[in-house]
Design a protein around this ligand. Structure first.
Ligand SMILES: [Zn+2]
Length: 308
């Protein structure tokens, strides 16, 4: 068994973009309920997410962007930044907790208190560019966590894996042409946010998949494209943008993965991290909108992280 931290915060349930919005507080409740129903809760080291500090956020986002976002937070009601992405009075606190979860995850893993960590948080982050909130995202949680590992812990090479159905344009924006970071991703293409397929940056290993792509195609990319490049790169820590909207039951996308694929890829990554990165993995929730498929997929991911 591997020691795995489970980091979340009740503030993450309070961010609410409207009752019909698919990126809803019910997502985190579905994950919690399923973990409890499966009798797995006790196997994880539970931590409350701290608030990310301005200094930690500013490693990725300019202070002017952070301040502008803070000033737009409403006292009442909902303010739309774009048709998909909206602020409510609790968004600021939730967004700071989501980014702070990744910071704590890095600190716990680097201190050797746990081998790996999962952040069950929202709002998600991988669409947030350095100066642009979009696609339900405000701060790029995984980029802030990776920057913390590089800047505060002095690591020199980290890999970011992104298996969300959407391209992590924000993470690419944060680390494009940064030789300390290798980003390996799959995503449906052409599809929101319509980026990634034409990336010319040498540290971006983006593999677009056509609508309808299934387990076999996904596993082939992981084994034949991601792993050889990851082995060559020898990262000291692995980050996972863990979106589960490529699940076949998720109506947000049109890929055909199952929870078995999430268990498989997590096993593969855990074994790879054990070989080259002292087992260090920090995973943070991105998408996943079918509540049942999300809860089962996160549970499969967590079982594999913790070798349960
Ligand atoms: Zn997504």
């Amino acid at each position: 068994m591997t020691s795995t931290a489970f980091i979340t915060h009740r503030d993450c349930h309070l961010h609410d973009m409207g009752s019909y919005h698919p990126e809803s507080p019910a997502r985190l409740s579905a994950i919690n309920d399923h973990l409890i129903a499966q009798g797995l809760e006790a196997y994880f080291l539970h931590h409350d997410a701290p608030l990310a500090t301005l200094e930690q956020l500013a490693r990725v986002h300019p202070l002017a962007y952070i301040e502008q976002l803070r000033q737009r937070m409403p006292e009442h009601g909902i303010v739309h930044l774009d048709p998909d992405t909206a602020l409510c009075p609790h968004t600021w606190q939730a967004a700071l907790r989501s980014a702070g979860a990744g910071i704590l995850a890095v600190d716990l893993v680097m201190a050797g208190e746990v081998e790996n960590a999962f952040c069950s948080v929202r709002p998600p982050g991988h669409h947030a560019e350095r100066e642009q909130a979009m696609g339900f995202c405000f701060f790029n949680n995984i980029a802030v966590a990776a920057a913390h590992a590089l800047e505060a812990h002095g690591l020199s090479r980290v890999a970011i894996i992104d298996f969300d159905v959407h391209h992590g344009n924000g993470t690419e924006d944060a680390f494009r042409n940064d030789p300390r970071v290798l980003m390996a991703s799959i995503f449906q293409h052409p599809f929101f946010p319509y980026s990634g397929a034409d990336s010319a940056s040498p540290n971006m290993l983006n593999v677009p998949l056509a609508a309808g792509a299934d387990s076999e195609q996904f596993r082939r990319v992981v084994s034949e494209v991601w792993l050889p490049r990851l082995r060559e790169f020898q990262p000291e820590m692995l980050f996972i943008s863990a979106g589960f909207d490529a699940h076949h039951e998720d109506e947000m996308g049109n890929l055909r993965l199952t929870e078995k694929d999430y268990a498989w890829v997590t096993d593969v990554l855990r074994e790879f991290a054990a070989e080259t990165a002292q087992g260090r993995i920090v995973s943070t929730l991105e998408g996943g909108y079918s509540l049942s498929a999300l809860a089962r997929s996160v549970t499969a991911h967590l079982r594999a992280l913790a070798e349960l």
